[in-house]
Structure formats: structure tokens, C-alpha cells
Design a protein around this ligand. Structure first.
Ligand code: HEC
Length: 398
């Protein structure tokens, strides 16, 4: 976390006037949508509350400091949000509330045993006076977050996430280290309802009663609350985890999640495939297809079929001038160590070190062409490369 704070604050401190994008922030902890606002959504991070435009441009909202660990919105008024976390590295925040979409925050309640720092919270859509929060225990509030009672202590069971049913405020789901649990008595007693006893690290129940979860080492699952017949989405995450899964109410096929690397990821097909939020505007099937065509016409001769590189058997091989051959553009070398912006610039301006990689803008390739090429290249990457893209790769352990 310390590294994340350093990266984000340095982005702001060094370039106070420069645009900052979501992929430059670390550790998005909560995602909130306003169903009426198609342009942007709101995220909490340890370094503040931000609005995010569809192209990733972020704007910091809150004036008061705080390490925000969770952010949820009132079911009937998205300008009303609740958050928790820490005020400073040592002082817990309790529960705070905003009425103006995240700019100003007021203290709402402490928690059952002094100030809580809830890392997971949920609010009942049919009775918004009922909230649940998780820190060392599961706590519940019946007066809109002012006062809290301990419901169940966590007995050796690590709870990652909690979600309440839209049908009944007493029906609660918990993502735990050993599976997905359901309670029908307001979080007092639990039974296992998941397809497998592995860590359920993120969980959400939509207003339509669809449960979505990410299970470590198993993948993305969803089911209606009623049937509990689990449908499996994407399975291969290379031991990475998908945290803070949130369904976009403006388009329920769109699911946002945060990789354990801190990168925002997005699925536009209900969790079956995942792309990085960085560049998602041009990662459509249509633009990937256009990029593939451009690649085959202009790049394949050197970078190889499907981006495998000029000499896949010997990636370190050099040419007659002692320069490296055309590198792979898939997962195998380090194309994914560059941000989209850097890749686009390399394509348009060429390599300053090797004149074989020419400036493609001089061959009439446009910026849109370069974006399509990057979208195609990224369609060859796995979840690990996508969620470790750019400067993040340095802190990305394999
Ligand atoms: C004549 C051979 C050749 C062609 C054609 C070519 N490249 Fe390259 N490309 C190279 C070489 C060689 C390098 C390594 C440059 C360096 O070491 O600085 C490179 C580097 C790159 C890089 C940087 C990769 C990294 O990991 O840093 C990207 C991205 C790239 N090329 C994309 C493309 C695209 C897209 C096209 C087609 C529009 C293309 N290249 C066409 C030879 C070529």
C-alpha cells in the first residue's frame, strides 16, 4: 500500500497541471455508478475519491484527507455515499457520509467498538436504513449508519466481501477464504452455497438479484439468487485476483473489477472475457479486427504471425548490425511493460534506436490506426500482462 500511495501522490505532486488517468492510480477500493450519468463513475482509493471519465481521465473530489477502503452509494440517491477506512495511518475513520457526490464528507457513526475501519460495506436496496460492515467482525446498523452492533465475530474465517439481497435485508452473502456463504438471519448464521471452497475475494448482488463473484484459482461466476445454479465466466487469471467487482447499472453486461495489481479491468460480456480499462474505448471486436488487418499488412513480416516475434526460437538474436530483431508483441517479451500511450507513440514515431522500426505516421497510419493496432496486440495478452501493463510491471510478481 505504501508503494501505491507514493506512486499516486507523486503523479499529482510532480505534474499538478497534467492530466492524470485511472491507470496511474493504485488500489481502487470501491466503484460507484450514477445510473443517470453515462460519462463518468466514482472510485475510492487510499488517496482520495475521484471521478473517472470513460476515457480514464480522473479528477479528485474530496478536500478532507483519508485512506478510503470502501465506498458504497445510497440505492435511491447516488449523490449520497458512505465510506470507511482510515483518517491517517493510525486513526480509524469510522463511517463517513457525503451528500454532494463525494466532495464533502461528514462523520456519520463510529462503529460498535470505537471507530471502525470497514474494508467491506453493503446497504439494503429495499431498506436503506440497514447497512452491514466488516472489519474485525461483521457489524450491522439499523439507523442508516449512525449506530452499529457487532453481529458475528469472524472466527478464524477471513471475510473479503459482504453483499445484501435486494429482496430481503436479512439475506446476506459473504465472500470468505473458504467459499461463498449465505445468511438468512441478518449475518448471524451461515451456510455455504458456492460451487467450490476456495477464496471468494469479491462479490456483488445486483438490484435484479444476480450474484456475481470472483473465486481465486477458479474464476468468475454468476447466478440468480433464486436458482443458485452457477455459471462460469472467464477461468484463466494466471493466479491474479479480481477485486471489487461492480456491475454497471447503466449496462449490466459491463462489469468493472480491480486486479490485485491495482489496475482497473473491464468485461463487456458479463464476465466471460476481460480487458484493461486503459484503452477499453478502442478494444472493441470491430477495432481489434481492423488492427489485425493492419498488422498483417504492415507488421507481420517482422513481428511474426500473432506477434510471436522475428525469431521466436532465439529472442535474443541480433541482426548484421548488432541490433536486436523485431521483438514479440504478445506476452512473451516486454511489449506489455509499456503503457498504451507509449506503444502508440512507438508505432507512430518509430524507434530512435533502430531504423528498421520506422515511423508509421510517415506511411499514412493515423492515430486511430495505431490505437487499433494496440487493441489487436493487447488481444494477444493474458490477464497477467494486461493487469501488469506499464510502470506497474515493476511491482508485479509472477
Ligand atoms: C522491418 C521490420 C519491422 C516492421 C515491418 C515493423 N517493426 Fe516494429 N519493431 C522492429 C524492430 C527491430 C523493433 C525493435 C526496436 C528497438 O529495439 O528499439 C520494433 C519494435 C516495435 C515495438 C516496441 C516493442 C517493445 O517491446 O518495446 C512495437 C510496439 C512495434 N515494433 C510495433 C510495430 C507495428 C504495430 C508494426 C506495423 C505497423 C511494426 N512494428 C512493424 C521491426 C519492425
Amino acid at each position: 500500500m505504501a508503494v501505491g500511495i507514493f506512486i499516486a501522490s507523486s503523479v499529482y505532486a510532480e505534474n499538478p497541471k497534467q492530466d492524470v488517468y485511472l491507470h496511474q492510480l493504485k488500489d481502487v477500493s470501491g466503484i460507484v455508478f450514477n445510473p443517470k450519468d453515462q460519462e463518468k463513475f466514482t472510485v475510492s482509493t487510499p488517496h482520495g475519491i475521484f471521478t473517472v471519465r470513460d476515457n480514464g481521465l480522473v479528477k479528485k473530489l474530496n478536500k478532507t484527507p483519508g485512506y478510503f477502503m470502501e465506498l458504497i452509494s445510497h440505492p435511491n440517491n447516488p449523490n449520497v455515499m458512505f465510506a470507511s477506512g482510515y483518517v491517517s495511518k493510525t486513526e480509524k475513520m469510522g463511517v463517513v457520509r457525503t451528500e454532494d457526490g463525494g466532495r464533502n464528507w461528514q462523520e456519520l457513526g463510529e462503529g460498535a467498538k470505537g471507530k471502525a475501519s470497514f474494508y467491506a460495506m453493503t446497504i439494503s436496496p429495499i431498506n436503506p436504513r440497514i447497512l452491514y460492515g466488516v472489519d474485525e467482525a461483521i457489524q450491522a446498523s439499523r439507523d442508516g449508519g449512525k449506530t452499529w452492533q457487532v453481529i458475528s465475530p469472524i472466527q478464524g474465517e477471513r471475510i473479503f466481501e459482504i453483499a445484501v439481497s435486494p429482496l430481503n435485508p436479512q439475506t446476506v452473502y459473504a465472500g470468505t477464504f473458504n467459499g461463498l456463504l449465505k445468511s438468512e438471519d441478518g449475518a448471524k448464521t451461515w451456510k455455504n452455497i458456492g460451487p467450490i471452497d476456495k477464496p471468494v475475494v469479491s462479490l456483488e448482488v445486483t438490484k435484479q438479484g444476480e450474484i456475481h463473484a470472483f473465486i481465486y484459482d477458479y474464476g468468475y461466476i454468476s447466478s440468480s439468487e433464486k436458482s443458485l445454479k452457477w455459471k462460469r465466466g472467464a477461468k484463466f487469471f494466471q493466479n491474479r485476483a479480481l477485486l471489487n467487482v461492480t456491475i454497471d447499472p447503466r449496462n449490466p453486461k459491463h462489469i468493472y473489477g480491480v486486479s490485485d495489481t491495482g489496475a482497473m479491468m473491464i468485461s463487456k460480456d458479463s464476465g466471460n472475457s476481460w480487458a484493461s480499462f486503459e484503452g477499453h474505448q478502442y478494444s472493441s471486436a470491430k477495432r481489434i479486427k481492423a488492427g489485425k488487418q493492419l498488422y498483417e499488412d504492415n507488421c507481420l513480416a517482422c513481428h511474426g504471425k500473432n506477434g510471436i516475434g522475428e525469431n521466436p526460437d532465439d529472442p535474443a538474436a541480433i541482426d548484421d548490425n548488432g541490433l536486436p530483431l523485431a521483438p514479440s508483441l504478445n506476452n512473451t517479451m516486454h511489449a506489455w511493460h509499456h503503457s498504451d500511450k507509449q506503444l502508440i507513440l512507438t508505432i507512430l514515431n518509430g524507434s530512435p534506436r533502430n531504423e528498421r522500426m520506422i515511423a508509421w505516421k510517415e506511411q499514412d497510419l493515423t492515430r486511430e490506426d495505431a490505437e487499433n493496432l494496440v487493441a489487436y496486440m493487447k488481444s494477444l495478452w493474458n490477464f497477467n500482462s494486461l493487469s501488469c501493463q506499464g510502470p506497474r510491471h515493476m511491482s508485479c510478481m509472477h
